[in-house]
Design a protein around this ligand. Sequence first.
Ligand SMILES: [Zn+2]
Length: 256
Amino acid sequence: MKRPAAALLCAVLLAGCAGGAGERPGAVDGRAQDPPRAGQGGTGPVPALPRAEGDTRRLPPVVDHVPTREPVVFLTYDDGAERDPRFVGLVRERRLPVSMFLTDSVVGPGYGHFARLRAVGASIQNHTLDHSALRGLPYAGQRAEICGQQHKLRSRFGISPRLFRPPYGTYDRTTLRAAADCGITAVVLWRASLNTDGELTYPRGEPGLRPGDIVSVPAGETMSPSLTERTVRLLREIKRKGLRVGRLEDHLEDHR
Ligand SMILES: [Zn+2]
């Protein structure tokens, strides 16, 4: 892809996706959604695992926090718009088990960067083919977005991701069914998000970083401060709270 086209695409995606206050759960096109209710989809954790009618399989849990006694938090990065080579160095040097949720139309020809990240310890997860807001879409469309990206990631990396983050944090019961049918075992939201000033915000629930929190680090609207700089600041804050970075999929496996 030519650079101007890529830049434009990122600008469009950032405007509705990961800019400013982050990829806010519960916001679609800037409008807040109703509070989520268990089993009815929405944008928050589903306390009781819903079952589809006549479907005996369990649907994947929706998580923004993992119950744990370990002093860990989880760092998640969305879309794949920022490809700062220094970030690869940071992940390698600090041995950060971060999770990268990738959207094919954003990454475009940039998968090589994420292969390098994966080689130094990052995990690659699913964030749809085209970054569509899934809530309300028919099953076939949702499945195509999720399974399509599973296929892309399998052909690029030889992996079958188990974690899925719905764009904008918006989903419904159909999303959970489609995700399960694509091999997803957990739908991952976030409890804290890093804003462009490098400060943590808490879209819902009590402020303050706690063990088990899933933190979203959105792409910046500008390259300054860079993803690396914002992550370094965040790591300082994490350390100050006596916490460290854990590997999300390992902890989700432990608590199923
Ligand atoms: Zn996104």
